[in-house]
Design a protein around this ligand. Structure first.
Ligand code: PMP
Ligand code: GLN
Length: 399
């Protein structure tokens, strides 16, 4: 039973990364950058270890990092949080998601997410005994009637579908914008639909904004900045994404104190505290000038454009991501209509690893919408130039 409900099986990312290592394939699967963080951030961690920051830090996070998180939210979004009561440091965004769900969801409570969704959401909702309900993204082929990027795919969300899905049964709405796996950002109408629905039905919003700084067009809009949202929203961030240190596992939440207290209560039983020497280094990173944040996004935009050109060149239809680490593509023009089967073969056939979008979905039999996304594949572009170039050559040779 444990194996069947997925609690004991490795994640798709772990499995596909192991396959990449085994075959020497280019790993455009798991989303982690293989570039280093800003030098000042790395040096601060080394200095902290030398200076003796090697024992348990305070459970909710060091005062220094909590203050830096509050400053960061104020500086970029004009949101003020009390670092002592409204900020919690977690062991990555993963723990922030887990502790938020375990703190707020009782058996049978309904949790709403988009679909496809980041895989840990479904696992944690199941561990909490919640009922997972999803609103599927829309998939549209851009042609002359739609305009802009002919031949590409446009992924989106229907605000009316969101409104209809939020009911008195909804305990929690787990929002993810910028979105993994697609890289879309939710438009203002969708964010408004969520906030209004949550207020009308007294639901709590948990907003996973780990890709907040990896945006290529417009600046990021935290849902907590919308009227009526702040008092019912937990916002999640990650140093892994923001500073390119996924191995450090430092994340955080900002929320009204009552919600922070509830999540802290669970966090203390999950990990107690989070990596001491990294906390000061992340504080250093969050205080870096805007140009440092922009440099990471600019670099990713260049890689995104390179991958889009490669995929279009081999005859795939692409969805142009507005943010994040990933391009979603449809290879059915090459006769590949089953993304799951293709991603199993691709490492050996092409020497490239990618992730099937249905891995972020549920089957129709389980109340999901996987078949709508059956032909879509997620390719990561957060990899160094040598990897991206070699992957492009291999995909061109394969196609
Ligand atoms: N949420 C989303 C949407 C993610 O993509 C990821 C990382 N892939 C996480 C949460 C987990 O973040 P962390 O590494 O900080 O635990
Ligand atoms: N978030 C990363 C991704 O989407 C991977 C994180 C993980 O391996 N759990 O690829």
């Amino acid at each position: 039973d444990l194996l069947r409900d997925g609690r004991a099986s490795p994640t798709i990312f772990a499995r596909m990364s192991a396959r990449a290592a085994e075959l020497g394939a280019m790993n455009l699967g798991q989303g982690f950058p293989d570039t280093d963080p800003p030098p000042a951030v790395a040096e601060a961690a080394v200095a902290a270890i030398r200076a003796g920051a090697n024992q348990y830090p305070p459970g909710p996070g060091t005062p220094e990092l909590r203050a830096a998180i509050a400053r960061h939210q104020e500086r970029f979004y004009g949101l003020s949080w009390d670092p002592a009561r409204e900020v919690l440091v977690t062991t990555g965004a993963t723990e922030a998601i887990a502790a938020s769900i375990l703190a707020l969801v009782r058996p049978g409570d309904e949790v709403l997410t988009l679909e496809p969704y980041y895989d840990s959401y479904a696992a944690m909702i199941a561990l909490a005994g919640g009922a997972h309900r999803t609103v599927p993204l829309t998939v549209e082929l851009i042609d002359a009637t739609v305009g802009g990027g002919e031949g590409d795919l446009r992924l989106g969300v229907d605000p009316a579908a969101l409104r209809a899905a939020i009911t008195d049964a909804t305990r929690l709405i787990l929002v993810n914008s910028p979105h993994n796996p697609t890289g879309i950002t939710l438009p203002p109408e969708a964010l408004t639909a969520i906030v209004e629905g949550a207020a009308a039905h007294d639901a709590i919003i948990v907003s996973d904004e780990v890709y907040e700084h990896l945006v290529f067009d417009d600046a990021h809009t935290p849902i907590a900045t919308l009227p009526g949202a702040r008092e019912r929203t937990i916002t999640i961030g990650s140093a892994g994404k923001t500073l390119s240190v996924t191995g450090w596992k430092i994340g955080w939440i900002t929320a009204p104190s009552e919600l922070v207290t509830a999540v802290t209560g669970v966090k203390q039983w999950l990990t107690y505290t989070s990596g001491a020497p990294f906390q000061g280094a992340v504080a250093t990173g969050l205080d870096l000038p805007d140009e440092e944040f922009d440099a990471i996004a600019d670099d990713l935009r260049r890689r995104r454009d390179g991958l889009l050109a490669t995929l279009r060149g081999i005859g795939a239809r692409v969805s142009v991501p507005a943010a994040g680490y990933f391009v979603v593509a449809d290879l059915s023009g090459l006769g590949e209509v089953d993304a799951a089967a293709l991603c199993e073969r691709l490492p050996e056939e092409a020497g490239v690893v990618a992730i099937p979008v249905p891995a972020f979905c549920r089957d129709e039999a389980d109340g999901g919408h996987a078949s709508r996304f059956a032909s879509l594949v997620r390719f990561a572009f957060c990899k160094d130039d040598a990897t991206m170039t070699e992957a492009a050559c291999r995909l061109e040779a394969w196609a």
